[in-house]
Write a protein that binds this ligand. Structure first.
Ligand code: ATP
Length: 320
């Protein structure tokens, strides 16, 4: 393989730049030309493609977001769109692709693979919602952001004796709430994988107050329940004043954590190494028990994500 392409697609995640840097530098090291495809599949269809070199990825390892930019591209959901993408790869003589993104990005890559383009995926999303890998690039940075927010909110909550509901991202996956809840000492962690039980929240709040607690942090995964309605119910049933903070996109930004930089660099390196050695690749990289693992892309998008029961149990026990 003489020339490969790299793109970032779907929601951006801190660490995408670290992975991009590793892809580009590994390719250059191996004597493979590497082309950056800007704005995901949209840029592929538009031919928004440029050769990258060692200097193109200097000074980005510490930056959040993605230097290649990202976009959603509806046209790529059609077979005409995919064919246009294949044609564009031929125009630029790109023989294989490394894609950085989530589930949707992988599904797009699979369409290319079905038509003969070798592809390797690097899981980049703050949600940690991909079942085949223990962790995705960007997840722990988002968790750090939430922990920082919990600390600040707890300061003001304690001063006024209030409770606080902090809504975090995650869509159908509760990992941000779970890991931030455990490490930030939240009293209640509400995730989509477990039944929503408002009575238990009330009991915990009252129990906390009775032993002199002056704050109460609830971490709520977006989409499970309406944060304002939950606050109202808790106020009515416990007499404690509850405020709501919706963290939103702040969780997507920021300089990647050391862990995210490390796994992004590992995966970037191994993606290129695997791609050049496997011209039939349809493979997603992941991490399990500290080791890089290789999974077929179809299996990677099909595997259901399960929460860590161990972490959930410990979080419940410690917030007694
Ligand atoms: P995140 O998890 O952060 O949302 P993602 O990669 O899942 O990231 P999506 O918006 O779902 O983000 O997908 C990114 C892009 O991938 C889409 O805009 C589209 O261009 C392409 N894509 C998604 N699903 C398919 C599909 N089934 N076929 C072809 N292309 C797809």
């Amino acid at each position: 393989m003489k020339r490969i392409g790299v793109l970032t697609s779907g929601g951006d995640a801190p660490g995408m730049n670290a992975a991009l840097r590793a892809v580009v530098r590994t390719a250059v090291y191996m004597g493979v030309e590497v082309y950056g495809i800007y704005e995901g599949y949209r840029g592929l269809l538009d031919g928004n493609i440029k050769e990258l070199n060692v200097a193109s990825v200097a000074d980005i390892i510490q930056r959040g977001g993605t230097a290649l930019r990202s976009a959603r591209c509806a046209e790529f959901h059609t077979s005409e769109g995919i064919q246009k993408g294949i044609d564009m790869l031929k125009v630029f003589k790109i023989e294989g692709l490394v894609v950085l993104g989530g589930d949707g990005t992988y599904r797009g890559a699979m369409e290319l693979a079905k038509r003969g383009v070798p592809v390797v995926g690097i899981p980049c999303t703050i949600d940690n919602d991909m079942g085949y890998t223990e962790f995705t690039v960007g997840f722990f940075t988002a968790v750090e952001t939430v922990i920082e927010a919990i600390g600040k909110i707890r300061d003001t909550s304690s001063s006024h004796g209030r409770g606080n509901i902090i809504e975090v991202m995650g869509r159908r996956c509760g990992d941000i709430a779970l890991y931030a809840g455990l490490s930030g000492g939240a009293e209640n962690i509400i995730i989509p994988e477990e039944p929503f039980n408002v009575n238990e929240m009330i009991e915990r709040t009252i129990r906390g107050r009775n032993r002199g607690k002056i704050h109460n942090i609830v971490l709520l995964t977006e989409g499970v329940a309406n944060a304002y309605e939950v606050a109202e119910t808790l106020e009515e049933r416990t007499g404690v004043d509850f405020r709501v903070t919706i963290l939103g996109h702040i969780q997507r930004g920021g300089s990647p954590s050391a862990f995210d930089r490390v796994i992004a660099s590992q995966m970037g390196y191994h993606a290129v190494d695997y791609l050049v050695k496997h011209p039939e690749a349809q493979t997603a990289l992941g991490i399990q028990g500290g080791q890089i693992v290789y999974t077929g892309m179809l299996e990677a998008v099909s595997r259901k994500k399960e929460i860590s029961e161990d972490i959930y149990t410990i979080a419940q026990v410690l917030s007694i």
